[in-house]
Design a protein around this ligand. Structure first.
Ligand SMILES: [Zn+2]
Length: 401
């Protein structure tokens, strides 16, 4: 089996002065808000509040993660059950969470029976999921980042649809619907990859959306994208490439970005010994950029870590030390959700074989065992428990207060 690369995301620290760039609201309103504003979370900047975090609040949150040495779990979801499990977990571990929609996950929320011509189901489902989060996130009392996952060149109409929704939301509220989008153009030549990213970042910056871009290739297979045959040299990003992207994207006024760089990371879970992680690539990239810029900051880039499932805690924490502010989690939470449902069925197996009749008697009704909420809740609880463990690995526990 050929395993590929790890992806990290970096964000532009320097380029971000969103008070100006994201400020569509009047300065008088901003001043009034500042005057009465109190911190919602003792350990976080005052901009970060419970609920969906966008714009300056998001860059402040990611800068806090980088400075404090933790990474936020970025979790793929497929509906309200997994979305709520994410927020439940975040409330339990006392940290932020990134709720992540894939194109397929968005389509699933719309409904698999709906024609996905022109990505219409993916767009509608992703927006519906985002609106669910906007409506309920505050009740969980944690910062929630609304993010979308890998979008290759052919899938850009999906992002175009989401961007339109964010622009409409921004016109009404001064905030985008989504906090950030990933564009994964790593299949394209570097110059084309970054040129397309730059053109999108120009649009994102106007409404306060952060860009996550990918350099190199994350190996393995996830959500219909199979990179398990990619040449291994593409699995390791070069510092020069990271600097090129940083330099280009920093030219966008108010632009904020993170970088998914490849350092041997792989989507999916594999037997030990099959993944050759080289997170030193991240350190080398930071050093290279710092020298080029001549800046004080020894971690100018914010990286994100794709394909972390199955990585050792040592490797994960080493990568966090190199400026990783988010790690994607999908495979492990997929298993956890199933394992919760599996455990429920095993525990109540004899009560789940018909609507009537169980070990307590042939006439006994089983309605209170086969109500779908019970099995789904078992999945939610198992997923939330797995995410608390992930947050421990990412040092994201008790980072709010
Ligand atoms: Zn990924």
């Amino acid at each position: 089996m050929k395993l590929a690369v790890t992806t990290l995301f970096i964000g532009s620290a320097a380029a971000f002065s969103p008070a100006a760039s994201f400020g569509v609201r009047s300065s008088a309103l901003n001043m009034a808000e500042t005057a009465t504003e109190t911190k919602a979370f003792a350990k976080l900047p005052a901009t970060v509040k419970p609920g969906v975090v966008t714009g300056k609040a998001l860059t402040d949150l990611l800068d806090n993660a980088k400075a404090q040495g933790y990474a936020i779990p970025g979790v793929n979801i497929v509906g309200s059950n997994s979305i709520n499990a994410c927020m439940e977990a975040a409330a339990k571990y006392g940290g932020p969470i990134m709720v992540t929609f894939s194109k397929g996950g968005g389509q699933f929320i719309c409904g698999k029976s709906v024609d996905n011509k022109n990505d219409q189901a993916s767009i509608a489902g992703t927006i519906a999921g985002a609106k669910h989060v906007h409506e309920v996130a505050k009740l969980y009392g944690v910062p929630v980042v609304l993010h979308t996952d890998h979008c290759q060149k052919a899938w850009l109409p999906w992002i175009d649809g989401l961007l339109t929704a964010s622009e409409e939301h921004f016109a009404k509220t001064g905030e985008p619907l989504f906090s950030s989008h990933m564009l994964d153009l790593s299949e394209e030549p570097l110059e084309e990859n970054i040129a397309i990213c730059k053109s999108y970042l120009e649009k994102f910056a106007k409404v306060g959306i952060l860009l996550e871009f990918e350099l190199g290739v994350t190996g393995g297979e996830e959500d219909g994208v199979d990179n398990s045959d990619v040449d291994s040299s593409r699995l390791y990003t070069q510092p020069e490439e990271v600097y090129y992207a940083y330099e280009q994207l920093s030219q966008v006024p108010g632009g904020a970005f993170t970088c998914a760089a490849s350092f041997g990371n792989v989507h999916g879970v594999y037997a030990p010994g099959n993944v050759d992680l080289q997170p030193i690539i991240l350190y080398n990239s930071q050093k290279y950029i710092q020298e080029k810029l001549g800046c004080e900051d020894d971690k100018p880039m914010k990286f994100v870590f794709h394909g972390g499932s199955g990585s050792s805690v040592e490797d994960i924490q080493y990568a966090i030390g190199a400026g990783v502010v988010k790690m994607n989690i999908d495979t492990d939470t997929q298993w956890a959700f199933w394992d919760g449902v599996r455990g429920y069925e095993a525990k109540y197996h004899d009560y789940l074989q018909g609507q009537i009749g169980n070990p307590e008697g042939p006439d006994k009704p089983n309605k209170k065992y086969y109500d779908p909420r019970l099995m789904l809740r078992a999945g939610e609880e198992a997923m939330a428990a797995r995410l608390v463990k992930a947050a421990e690995d990412l040092k994201c526990v008790n980072v709010l207060n």
